[in-house]
Design a binder for this molecule. Structure first.
Ligand SMILES: Cc1cc2nc3c(=O)[nH]c(=O)nc-3n(C[C@H](O)[C@H](O)[C@H](O)COP(=O)(O)O)c2cc1C
Length: 311
């Protein structure tokens, strides 16, 4: 089976401008997850703009929801259905303090019975495809076997696992033994398991694929910004260095121009570009020097001067 690559949801990064840039210049991504949409009775303009079909032409997008109330999830899902979506993903992995303090995101993993009730309520009323993205625990992974048992009870068509606990945030060793458990305990003919975490090179990808030959779906976040051609590499597409650099420039320029149009001030656009470069710099030999110059840029002119030597 061929490998499917999904762009991870990343707040502040994987909005429609970035999705379009990947789609136009590195079109090797099978699905794109939106950054989480907070639970609210009505979606605001920013969110409607992000998920609007006009802004996502030809892109397979899965909106991600941040809620731990079944009815609220389906209410949001139905609003999204009006825009043509038939699948939503629930965020049970976000480690941020403001999210977990409300028991949302990975916060719910601290209380497995609460998770069980949520999923019971959710799947009893779900009339659309509802998938899940999770971590393997809150403070530690002691209750992971119980969490796996709970996930196994419900008709979850796709379960993405980031094998870290809330306390790990995005750092530290990946807890592969927890992913091992999921692979052996979850019926993969019913639930597609998606591996997510630290795939940022072909080497890492190959190690994961060798360990899990039955897994064909991989969600990649930071790695896709470190090497925007990573999905192409995984799919065995080769490109000359010159072609890669040209595509990278076009990808970059589309994002910069998109941000300059989207945000009223240059400052916001430059702030967002810096976030991309905090990952992308690794794709360049002279990364320290480049990164220093980019960090100093306060306006578009400075920024363009900083990157002029790169492309
Ligand atoms: C800046 C940032 C924002 C993120 N926002 C979200 C989000 O909105 N929803 C979500 O499920 N995960 C979010 N994540 C987690 C990623 O989707 C992913 O699980 C994590 O980065 C690990 O994958 P990676 O090692 O391939 O980056 C975010 C991560 C980062 C670094």
């Amino acid at each position: 089976m061929t490998n499917e690559i999904y762009l991870a949801p990343m707040e502040g990064l994987t909005g429609y401008i970035i999705r379009n840039a990947f789609h136009h210049h590195f079109d090797y991504i099978d699905k794109y997850y939106t950054p989480f949409i907070p639970a609210a009775k009505r979606m605001n303009f920013k969110i409607k703009n992000d998920i609007s079909p006009d802004n996502n032409a030809g892109i397979i997008v899965v909106p991600q929801l941040m809620t731990i109330i079944g009815e609220e999830a389906m209410d949001m899902a139905h609003q999204l259905r009006d825009y043509g979506y038939n699948e939503v993903n629930i965020n049970l992995g976000c480690p941020s303090g403001t999210v977990v303090s409300k028991g949302r995101g990975s916060g719910i993993l601290a209380d497995p019975e609460k998770l069980d009730h949520f999923l019971e309520e959710l799947y009893s009323i779900a009339d659309m495809n509802v998938t899940i993205k999770t971590r393997v625990g809150f403070n530690d992974d002691e209750s992971w076997p119980r969490l796996v048992e709970i996930y196994s009870k419900y008709p979850i068509s796709e379960l993405t696992i980031h094998p870290r606990v809330q306390k790990d945030f995005y750092k530290g060793a990946i807890r592969l033994e927890d992913f091992d458990l999921a692979v052996s305990a979850i019926d993969q003919s019913k639930t597609r398991l998606v591996y997510n975490g630290d795939i940022n090179s072909m080497e890492n990808f190959n190690l994961i694929k060798e360990r899990y030959p039955s897994i064909n779906s991989f969600m990649i976040g930071r790695g896709m910004f470190m090497h925007p051609s990573l999905a192409a590499q995984i799919k065995g597409v080769t490109m000359e260095e010159a072609e890669y650099r040209q595509r990278l420039k076009n990808w970059h320029d589309e994002i910069l121009n998109g941000y300059l149009e989207l945000f009223s001030g240059e400052k916001d656009a430059i702030f967002r570009m810096k976030e991309i470069w905090s990952y992308l710099k690794d794709d360049f030999e002279d990364s320290n020097r480049i990164w220093k110059k980019i960090k100093k840029a306060q306006n578009v002119a400075d920024y363009k001067a900083a990157i002029s030597t790169i492309f």
